[in-house]
Design a protein around this ligand. Sequence first.
Ligand code: ATR
Length: 274
Amino acid sequence: MNKAPDRYAIIGHPVAHSRSPQIHAEFARLTGHPLQYDRIDASPQQFTTLLREFLGSGGRGLNVTQPYKEEAYALCHVHSPRAERARCVNTLYIQGDSTLVGDNTDGIGLITDLRRNQHVMIKDSRILVLGAGGAARGILPALLSEAPASIRIANRTPKRAQHLAAGLRHQGRASGGGFDELRGMSFDLVINATSASLNGELPPLPRDLLEPGAVCYDLAYGERPSLFMHWAEQEGASLVLDGWGMLVEQAAESFLIWRGVRPPTATLLALHPH
Ligand code: ATR
């Protein structure tokens, strides 16, 4: 008798446009691991119930996306060290009978895309992270662990950036402030972790932020380049990237956690829409 495939899912709100099911279906094909990967669209009222129902009914693992990464962190009994540092999770599974374990593969996904796929040097570079919400929090510990020269966090609400930087002080050199304070500063790597791109908006960035050879990376991905990516082109960035590579690499790390094998990512990376 054929065993039913192991079940996984992504939970968030909204999740209709998530490409994770397609990515994990390809990983399943490439590794020969039969599995089913669904989307769970959960309203804030439903989130905890649907998460528990899925894992309680035999679901083997979950990816968590916006806006629930912090809430999922709070529900977990055990956190991996990298989830602990980021204080948010994107990968969940049950250990033993009922221990809910939370991990975070966003940071390693970004680093792998930058370093291995794009050959971008992070060590000793001056990094600017735009935004101080959950997306920024998820990647900052991993960036700091690569020993950059410095990390500046800039946010529309400056206090949030200052607060986030203060919380990271023991992990490396990070400072925070508003967009205005960026005048006169320059960077080798600029990462857009605001949700502005999702609304077709651009953070108010001063001119001349980019060092020669600078790389710009939008964590968001879409059918077309974002306003931030257009801005980066106009400002003379040498490389302008969106978050497709990070999405694929964080998914591969989740697959590794769940299945014990890291799938190859090249075919999916090549599917990049632009
Ligand atoms: P996420 O979990 O996706 O990071 P979030 O926690 O709501 O979502 O954070 C969204 C981030 O995008 C915040 O840094 C937000 O700035 P504020 O803290 O000032 O709200 C930023 N953001 C959203 N829209 C923006 C815009 N149009 N311009 C600049 N920053 C924007």
